[in-house]
Write a protein that binds this ligand. Sequence first.
Ligand SMILES: [Zn+2]
Length: 341
Amino acid sequence: MPRLLFFGETMTTATDITVIYIVGPSRSGSTLIEDYIARRFGGVACGELYRISQFAKGDARIIKEDGAEETCACGAPVSECAFWCAVAEEAGLDLVQSSFRSRLSRRQRVFFRLFVRLLGARLTNRMGKLVPAFERELEVGENCLRIYRAISRVANVSLIVDSSKQAHQYYILKAVAPKKMRLINLLRDGRSVVASMTKRARGEVLARKIMAGTGRSPAPEDVAEKAFRAWMLSTLNGLVAFAFTSRGRRAMLRYEEFFDDPKNEMSRIEHSFSLTKKNYAQESHAIGGSPSRYTVGFEDLRADASWKERTPPQKTSVVTVSAHLLNRALGYRGVDRSEKN
Ligand SMILES: [Zn+2]
């Protein structure tokens, strides 16, 4: 049977892959940034790979936003998308049955990350032979790696961009393929993330989560506080992951600077990771991510600064105060209301 070829003319046996993994808070433009990087450097944006099993199942509960769909970015259900079917076959994995995300408890995850940070990949792998929980976690990493390699062969590319954003997932991947991983630590002004996380359907999802825990309908300030907490945790986790990644394998990227001057920021990424510019125009088969991927073109890439007009109600609590302090420490200052956007 002839092999399915999607983008390239010939099938390569590319084993020398590079995976750019984006870590950062949700609502920080990672879907567009991922797509932009893939197009500029001739790679494939796989989206949030850690959620692929849910997408392959067509589970409607995965939808977190207005206008999002439980399909591949090409519009087909993942189970019917020719690209993902070819990748699964090439990888020899069942997308529904195999694990692509952590199965550890919160406490076990802390230990796992400590191991990877302090002892490195080789010793963590040795530990995996002794501790069954670690072994299962490493298997998750191996599965993702098999998918990346299969994507590289099916699409004939050597660069894959994953916008899963989960810092823990990055440590799993770093433990199985330390030399292949590159980290982008994405930062965005906490206030704009919170405004984005609390508006419309997204805010309702957060409110339902709080309600499930407390049994009563939360006030808007409580929803904003939860969003602040989520932003703070993912930002801190991203910064720690950055600190424990060596030079040449990491880059910091601010949402605001990227949308202000994407070309300049991409030159920085190109330089940091020694990438080669290679323009590709290919159909996206990314998983998950913001629904704006369906509607926004690259010519109108622009930072969303509309949050300045509708900052959500905030209460004074340890969480919001710490979040504001972290935001200032990252260099995000007060809002100039006279600013034109
Ligand atoms: Zn597709």
